[in-house]
Design a protein around this ligand. Structure first.
Ligand code: MG
Length: 377
C-alpha cells in the first residue's frame, strides 16, 4: 500500500479531503502544492511537515517568509512543480490540480515512472492521447479519483474488457430546467449542488453538464473505449457512481454514499481497502433509485463533448480551454450562465482543428481558445 504521497493541489476541495484521508491512514506527506491559497498551504505545511512545498510565483515570497522558521523547502515556477511530481521517493503522486495546469506535472510524473492518482480530469480531456501513450510506454498505473471513474475502475478489477460503460450523472443544480429559465441564474444559485460538496469550477461544470462531458472523454481515454460504448444516465440520488456492462448482459455497479473521501482513499490504498471516514449506505433510508435520459437540448455541452471527442485533434483542448475561461468569467459575474455554453460552442466552431504532435500543441490550443472567449466579451 501507499506509504507516502506527493499531493499537488492540496488546498482545493479534493486536496483538503485527500489530506484528511492521508491523516486517517497515517500516510506520510512528502510534498504539497497550491496555486493561490498560501495561508492554507502554510497551515497544511505546519501540520503535515512535508519536505517541500510549491506555490505560484505571486505568493512565493509570502509563503517563504511565513515558513522561514521551518526546514520546509519552498519552491515556485512550472519546472519546480514538475520536479515535485518526478524527483521524489514518494510511492504515489496524487494530482488534484485544477484545469490544464495539471497536464505538465502529470506527464512529468509518468515519465519518471511514478504511480499516479489522477483527480485532474482536464489533463485527460486536453491531452488524453499523449498522457495514455506515455503511461503505456512507461508502464505507469493511472488510478482515477473522479467518483465515476473510480467506480468503473473498481467494477473492472479482475474482469475482462466490458462492452459498455454507463456513467451516472446527478444532473447538477438545474436539472429539469429549460434554457430560457437559466438566463438570469446567479453564481450563488449555481453553486448549490444537490449532492456533492465540490469546488466552484466543477460545480458550475456540473450545472452545465460540461462536467459529464469532460468525464465522458476522461472515461474514453482511461478505459480505451469508443464513444458509442459509453452511455450517460441521469441518476439524481448519486448513489450508483457508475456501471460497466459485459457481453453476457451482466452489469456491475459501484455504490456508496456521495462522499469523495471514498474514491480518494481507494486511489491511495489500491488494490487494498481500509476502513474509511465516509458514512455507510442505508438502503432502506434511500428507498428508490431513479434514472433518466440527459437533456441534451437545454444542456448542450454534454453532446458537444461527445462530438468533440470523436473529432479528436486539438478540439477537446479547445473545448476545455474555452470552458475554463468562460466558467472563470461567469464566477466573476462578467457573463451569464447561458453565455458559458454559447462561448464554448462558438470556440469549437471557429477554431480550426489540427492534429496533436506535442504537448505544445495542446497549450497552444488552450491559449487560442481562451483568447477567443476573451475576444467575445
Ligand atoms: Mg465526477
Amino acid at each position: 500500500m501507499t506509504k507516502s504521497i506527493v499531493l499537488l493541489g492540496s488546498t482545493g476541495s479534493i486536496g483538503t479531503q485527500a489530506l484528511e484521508v492521508a491523516k486517517h491512514l497515517g500516510i506520510e506527506i512528502k510534498a504539497l502544492s497550491a496555486f493561490g491559497n498560501h495561508k492554507l498551504l502554510e497551515k497544511q505545511c505546519r501540520e503535515f511537515r512535508p519536505e517541500k512545498c510549491w506555490i505560484s510565483e505571486e505568493h512565493y515570497q509570502n509563503l517563504k517568509t511565513a515558513l522561514a522558521d521551518t526546514n520546509i523547502k519552498v519552491l515556485t515556477g512550472n519546472e519546480q512543480l514538475c520536479a515535485l511530481a518526478s524527483e521524489t521517493d514518494a510511492t504515489l503522486v496524487f494530482n488534484s490540480l485544477l484545469g490544464i495546469s495539471g497536464l505538465s506535472p502529470t506527464l512529468a510524473a509518468i515519465e519518471a515512472k511514478k504511480k499516479l492518482a489522477l483527480a485532474n480530469k482536464e489533463t485527460l480531456v486536453a491531452g488524453g492521447s499523449l498522457v495514455m501513450k506515455a503511461a503505456f510506454e512507461n508502464k505507469v498505473d493511472i488510478i482515477p479519483v473522479d467518483s465515476e471513474h473510480s467506480a468503473i475502475f473498481q467494477c473492472l478489477q479482475g474482469q475482462q474488457k466490458p462492452e459498455k460503460l454507463i456513467l451516472t450523472a446527478s444532473g447538477g443544480t438545474f436539472y429539469g430546467r429549460n434554457r430560457a429559465s437559466l438566463e438570469n441564474v446567479t453564481v450563488e444559485e449555481t453553486l448549490k449542488h444537490p449532492n456533492w460538496n465540490m469546488g466552484a469550477k466543477i460545480t458550475v461544470d456540473s450545472a452545465t453538464l460540461m462536467n459529464k462531458g469532460l468525464e465522458f472523454i476522461e472515461a474514453a481515454h482511461l478505459f480505451s473505449m469508443d464513444a458509442d460504448k459509453i452511455d450517460v444516465v441521469i441518476h439524481r440520488e448519486s448513489i450508483i457512481h457508475s456501471m460497466v456492462e459485459f457481453t453476457d448482459g451482466s452489469i456491475i455497479a459501484q455504490l456508496g454514499s456521495h462522499d469523495m473521501r471514498i474514491p480518494i482513499q481507494y486511489a491511495i490504498t489500491y488494490p487494498q481497502r481500509r476502513s474509511s471516514l465516509a458514512k455507510k449506505l442505508d438502503f432502506t433510508a434511500i428507498g428508490v433509485l431513479n434514472f433518466a435520459k440527459p437533456d441534451y437540448e437545454n444542456f448542450p455541452l454534454l453532446k458537444l463533448a461527445m462530438v468533440t471527442f470523436n473529432n479528436g485533434g486539438i478540439m477537446p483542448a479547445v473545448m476545455n480551454g474555452a470552458n475554463e475561461a468562460a466558467v472563470a468569467l461567469f464566477l466573476n459575474k462578467k457573463i451569464s450562465f447561458n453565455n458559458i455554453s454559447d462561448l464554448v460552442i462558438s470556440a469549437t466552431e471557429n477554431i480550426r482543428n489540427k492534429a496533436i504532435n506535442s504537448v505544445d500543441d495542446i497549450f497552444e490550443a488552450d491559449l487560442q481558445a481562451r483568447q477567443y472567449v476573451y475576444s467575445k466579451i
